[in-house]
Design a protein around this ligand. Structure first.
Ligand code: NA7
Length: 547
């Protein structure tokens, strides 16, 4: 690797062998692997510090939906020994502290550059390298460009008239201010009831003077059932880390939750109810991921289970009219991301919480004093936009990425992404899309998925260096095959009909409205993804051309 540094210093090679965009969970681990190998790598991060998702999302109630101890990195036994999680689903401040601890422990911060927004990345075909232009005016070159840009890091506020005229504070949840926001005695509006809105609402309902929730469509939510982790429990978890990670590696979602292997129709209604009662009371995603597999594919099975959850909602919400508004009618349970909630439904039993159903009374505009619907003006002090993200491809679209012949990635992906293994793109040599669209890393308990992707990418780079190649590129044929494979899996899943971000739907982004499924996610599960990419590596990277 010293040759890389020497070449850079004499001006004969790129400035960096590798540039990683993003200092979140994925960028941190990728940097760790490269620093360990002595590679000349730098991380460019748009934020003023590391942490990615956990740096930005500081809204009240932001926390893991993954069990904390399955979210930590698994690569260092020492780290696992040292770190203690305080809650089963730990909150944003602790999560950010953890990522800082990791970066400091392995002395990674010195390889990171903050407040560095990449404006463009163009592939130079003559020199086999990437030329990057940063928003601060700097230019950089690198041989390999590794994107660790996150899955949900391109926030999308709504496009409502008058948003700038509002006189109080207003922000998208992703940009929740770093300095504490005092909500006491305030009238707060939350627009959006996805996983984020549901966390915010449950957390602030009893802390504000008045909370008005503007709901366009309800989601199927399930109890998080969070709780503290005692010192004894943490010691027990520590002693079982190998077992825990082995289990996560076996499950499709990279969680401890394993699907119920019994057939939905092979067991009696009583047995189904017994499973659901148990799962509803257990912590985390079990209700979604340890359920019968038919829930995801069979309309009838899905409808029966959805009715079970609807009944729970009706029991938890006192006012039957409000309860009915909170029961989704246009999709079944689990075909969109399931928000995990804490006291969410009970929030609507409070006198200071009002639910505004935007299907009945849509928002007309934002006014200096609040929100005007077709029914009336809602005066508020603070507006919180919990309106989601341009998922997975959004953060790629925000950079002007151009490959061979000046082709823009944005144009190539206009109708949806196409990739090889979710990690490479034909026409965009020397670029690895870590946790990119269509990769298995993007559809699992994130750290479990990215460790697999990063390890594979690191081995691929080692292969390239070992053979003195300066260029690698996925073939169009390999890309077409993978993209068709990903698309085919969607065709069996009920999620294909849903208006969720798994299908690339986002009403706030032109061209991403409901109607055309964009195949963003690999639905084959973590073990199959790992098996396939390992096979590709074992076959000297079939589908990738080196020179
Ligand atoms: P989501 O899950 O995409 O939810 C966004 C919410 O905002 C959803 O309820 C939307 O209603 C609503 N929304 C979006 N645009 C508007 C407008 N213009 N007007 C009214 N309501 C709107 O994003 P989250 O941030 O909650 O969750 C993202 C991920 O973060 C989540 O999956 C976890 O992995 C963590 P809609 O359903 O579209 O009618």
């Amino acid at each position: 690797m010293d040759q890389q540094v020497a070449a850079a210093e004499t001006g004969k090679g790129p400035q960096h062998e590798v540039v990683i965009i993003g200092a979140g969970v994925c960028g941190i681990y990728q940097l760790y692997r490269l620093v360990e190998l002595g590679v000349n790598a730098t991380v460019l991060e748009a934020g003023s510090d590391l942490g990615g998702t956990w740096y930005w999302n500081r809204y009240p109630g932001a926390r893991f939906d993954s069990e904390s101890y399955t979210y930590g990195f698994s690569f260092s036994k020492e780290l696992l020994e040292e770190w203690s999680w305080s809650e089963r689903f730990s909150g944003q401040p602790e999560n950010l502290r953890y990522l800082n601890y990791v970066a400091d422990k392995f002395d990674l911060r010195k390889h990171m550059q903050f407040d560095c927004k990449v404006a463009s990345a163009h592939f130079d075909e003559d020199a086999d390298l990437w030329r990057l232009h940063l928003e601060d005016g700097r230019d950089l070159t690198c041989r390999f460009l590794l994107t660790a840009v996150g899955l949900l890091s391109a926030p999308t506020p709504p496009r409502l008239e008058g948003m700038d005229s509002f006189e109080g504070p207003s922000f998208h949840t992703y940009y929740w201010p770093q300095e504490p926001v005092d909500l006491t005695g305030k009238k707060v509006a939350v627009i959006g009831t996805g996983a984020t809105g549901v966390q915010v609402i449950g957390e602030i309902a009893d802390k504000v003077d008045k909370l008005t929730v503007f709901q366009r469509r309800p989601n199927w939510c399930a109890p998080l059932n969070n709780g503290p982790i005692s010192a004894e429990e943490m010691a027990d978890i520590r002693s079982r880390y190998d077992e825990i990670f082995a289990k996560c590696a076996r499950t499709p979602g990279g969680f401890e939750h394993e699907p119920d292997r019994r057939g939905f129709y092979e067991v009696s209604r009583e047995e189904r109810l017994a499973l659901w009662d148990r799962l509803y009371g257990e912590p985390g995603f079990g209700i979604w991921l340890s359920n019968f597999r038919e829930i995801f594919m069979d309309e009838e099975a899905n409808a029966e289970f959805s009715e079970y959850i609807a009944d729970k909602i009706r029991r938890r919400v006192d006012d039957p009219v409000v309860a009915e508004k909170l029961v989704p009618k246009d999709h079944g349970f689990g075909v969109q991301r399931v928000p995990m909630e804490t006291r969410y439904y009970e929030a609507y039993n409070r006198d200071n919480v009002e639910l505004v159903d935007l299907q009945e009374t849509p928002i007309l505009r934002i006014t200096p004093d609040g929100i005007r619907t077709t029914e009336r003006d809602h005066d508020v002090d603070i507006i919180v936009y919990a309106t989601g993200f341009d998922a997975i491809t959004g953060s790629y679209d925000r950079i002007d990425i151009r490959g061979v012949g000046g082709q823009k990635l944005r144009d190539k992906w206009a109708d949806g992404p196409s990739t090889y293994l979710g990690m490479q793109i034909s026409g965009f040599p020397n670029m690895i899309t870590l946790a990119g669209p269509q990769s298995g890393s993007a559809s699992t308990n994130y750290p479990r998925g990215i460790e697999v992707g990063v390890d594979w990418a690191t081995e691929l780079l080692q292969y390239v260096w070992k053979h003195d190649h300066t260029r690698m590129e996925a073939t169009q044929e390999a890309e077409d095959r993978w993209t068709q494979h990903v698309a085919k899996m969607y065709s069996t899943m009920l999620m294909r009909k849903a208006k969720g971000w798994f299908t690339g739907y986002n009403s706030n982004v032109a061209g991403h409205e409901y109607g055309k499924v964009r195949h963003l996610v690999y639905n084959g599960g973590s073990p199959k993804f790992r098996a396939r990419i390992t096979e590709v590596a074992d076959e000297d990277y079939t589908g990738i051309v080196f020179s």
